[in-house]
Design a protein around this ligand. Structure first.
Ligand SMILES: *[C@@H]1O[C@H](CO)[C@@H](O)[C@H](O)[C@H]1NC(C)=O
Ligand SMILES: *[C@@H]1O[C@H](CO)[C@@H](O)[C@H](O)[C@H]1NC(C)=O
Ligand SMILES: *[C@@H]1O[C@H](CO)[C@@H](O)[C@H](O)[C@H]1NC(C)=O
Length: 206
């Protein structure tokens, strides 16, 4: 009798162990799938950032000589993100924090580029590069949005900005030069952030 009870007891614990193992297996196998879709999103953001960089360089049509004549001008757009380049800063950020920050900065840059496009249109200046940059900023923003939702993080509010009126074509030119530089800095910074996020999420290298 006692022997039979022992067998039943043993097989029950055995079954429990199996269930536990199965549970553990399900958990450990869903985790990589979760981060692999994040990795896919990060991977799709990088070409958008590359396209941003090439549009950034074309935001004005000035030669290097012409640019150096404008070099002494001061910055007049004060709402631009203050990007921190230090490695220590990146290393201190969690994935959710980096993504939130990337989203806020992308929105802020996008508002500036929208504004530049209107300013250029106001003076009938070519605005294809601003439009191109805008398209890629929008796609980047959508991808960040999706990533934030994926990790259950709230999508942060867009910053409120008051931008100056560009009252002359020369104003527009100066703003184009300033935004061209800032957009290049932003593109480089974003790419570093994305590479860092890929490492943090153990994304496979290509
Ligand atoms: C990011 O996630 C951590 C937990 O992993 C949490 O403590 C922190 O508040 C989150 N940060 C933001 C900005 O949501
Ligand atoms: C473009 O023109 C409109 C109408 O004159 C004006 O309200 C707006 O402020 C101008 N935009 C910029 C960026 O200067
Ligand atoms: C991001 O998501 C928020 C809330 O879900 C939405 O209101 C916003 O329009 C989205 N932004 C973009 C650029 O898709």
């Amino acid at each position: 009798m006692g022997g039979a009870a022992g067998v039943i007891y043993d097989s029950t614990t055995c079954l429990l162990r199996l269930l536990l193992l199965a549970e553990l297996f399900v958990h450990s196998s869903t985790r990589p799938a979760h981060s692999s879709s994040l990795c896919g999103l990060f991977g799709s953001m990088i070409p958008q950032v590359d396209m941003l960089m090439s549009n950034a360089k074309k935001l004005h049509e000035l030669s290097n000589d012409e640019l150096s004549n404008l070099a002494s001008m001061e910055s007049r757009l004060h709402g631009l993100p203050n990007l921190q380049h230090t490695a220590a800063h990146f290393n201190s950020l969690k994935v959710n924090e980096s993504l939130s920050q990337l989203h806020v900065f992308t929105q802020s840059i996008k508002l500036h580029i929208d504004w530049l496009k209107t300013a250029k249109d106001n003076f009938s200046l070519p605005s294809q590069s601003a439009e191109g940059a805008n398209t890629h900023l929008l796609q980047l923003s959508n991808l960040i949005n999706t990533s934030l939702k994926q990790i259950g993080e709230e999508v942060p509010q867009s910053p409120a900005l008051s931008l100056p009126v560009a009252s002359t074509a020369f104003d527009v030119l100066r703003f184009s030069v300033e935004l061209s530089e800032q957009l290049q800095i932003f593109s480089k910074w974003s790419k570093r952030v994305l590479r860092h996020l890929q490492r943090q999420s153990h994304c496979p290298r290509h």
